[in-house]
Design a protein around this ligand. Sequence first.
Ligand SMILES: [Mg+2]
Length: 376
Amino acid sequence: MSLDQKITGFDLWHLALPVVSRRDHGIGPVEGACEIIVLRLTAEDGTQGYGEASPWSVFTGSPEASYAALDRYLRPLVEGARLSERAAIMARAQYAIAHCTEAKAALETALLDLEGKMSGQPIWALLGGKVRDRIPLSCSLANPDFAEDIVLLDRLQADGIGIVKLKAGVRDHAFDMMRLERLRRDFPDISVRVDYNQGLSPDEAEVRVLDVATLTPDFIEQPVRAHHFDIMAQLRHKTDVPLLADESIFGPEDMARATAERICDGVSVKIMKSGGLIRARKIAQMAGTAGLSAYGGDMFESGLAHFAGTHMIAATPEITLGCEFYQARYYLKEDILETPFQIEAGQVVVPDGPGLGNRPDIDKLRKYAIRSTEAP
Ligand SMILES: [Mg+2]
C-alpha cells in the first residue's frame, strides 16, 4: 500500500434509477426516477474507489450541476494528485466551485473508498474508529395514496423496522392529522416523526405545528422555509415536542448560526448537504457540544451513498437518532450495488470490508446511464 500513488482515472456516470411510486414532500414531489452521479477514481496500480452525488433539484441542486462540478471544476484538483493529499484536495474543492455539496460529497467518498481499499481499512476506521455496529432505520411515508403507505407499513413492521417519518404539509392539515392518528392507533409500537420539508407558510405554521404536537411525534422537522430562522426559533419555544432543522442547516457555518439563534433542538446530518463525511461529522460534533440531538438523514440515494453515510454515522457518537437509508431497499426498483445494502431486524449493518465495503455493479451503471465519460 502506498498513498504516494497518483490518481490517474476519473470517470462519471449520470444515472436515472426508476422508483416504485410517486412521493410528495413540502418542497416538491419525486416521480419516475431518482437521478444520481457516480464517480470512479482509479489509482496508478488500478485500485478503484467510488462515490455518489445524490442531488435533489428543489433541495440541494441538480444532477446536471453535480456532473458539471465534478467533470469541469473538481477533476483538475484530482487527476495527477497523490492519495496522501486527500485533505488538501477537499480544502481546495470547498472553494473551487460554490455550493455543489453533493459533488464534493461524491469526491470525498471516492477518495476515502480508494484509501480504504488500498490500506485494507473500512472508511469508519479512517475516520477514527466506530462507535456502533448497527444503526436503527427510519423509513419515510410520502405516498399521496395513503393506502399504499399502509401496505408499506405492514412490510416495514414485518421487517422489524420501528421508526417511520410522515411527510406532511403538502395537502390540507386534515390529511396530515388523519394519517398521524391512524399511525398512532393502528401501529402503536412504531415510533413516528413528522417532516414538513419547508411546506408551511409563516401564517399557518404555528396552528398546524401545535396541533400535530398534540399527537406527540418524536420530533417535528423543518416546518418552514430554510431561511426562516426567526420563525423556527419562535415555534421551538411554543411546543414541547422537539423541533428539528434540516434544510436550514447545510454545513458547519449554518450550524453555528442555528445554535446562536436557538432555532432547533436537533439537526438532520446529511453528507449531501455538508459536502462530505468529515464536514457532516463536524456538524454532529457541534450539535453535541451545544446539547442538540442529531440523526443521519439522506437524499434520494442508491446504496452507494447509503454506505458512505453508514460509515460516517458509525464513526460519529453524536448521531444518536438513527438513519434514513431506506431508498435502496424500499424505494428504488433496483439498486446498483454488487451486493445488497444490508438491513437486519430494522437496523442498518455497519460494513467491515475495506473502503466502503461494497462497489457498484458496472453493468448496472451502464444500464441506467443517461450519459457518462466512459469511452463507448
Ligand atoms: Mg427532512
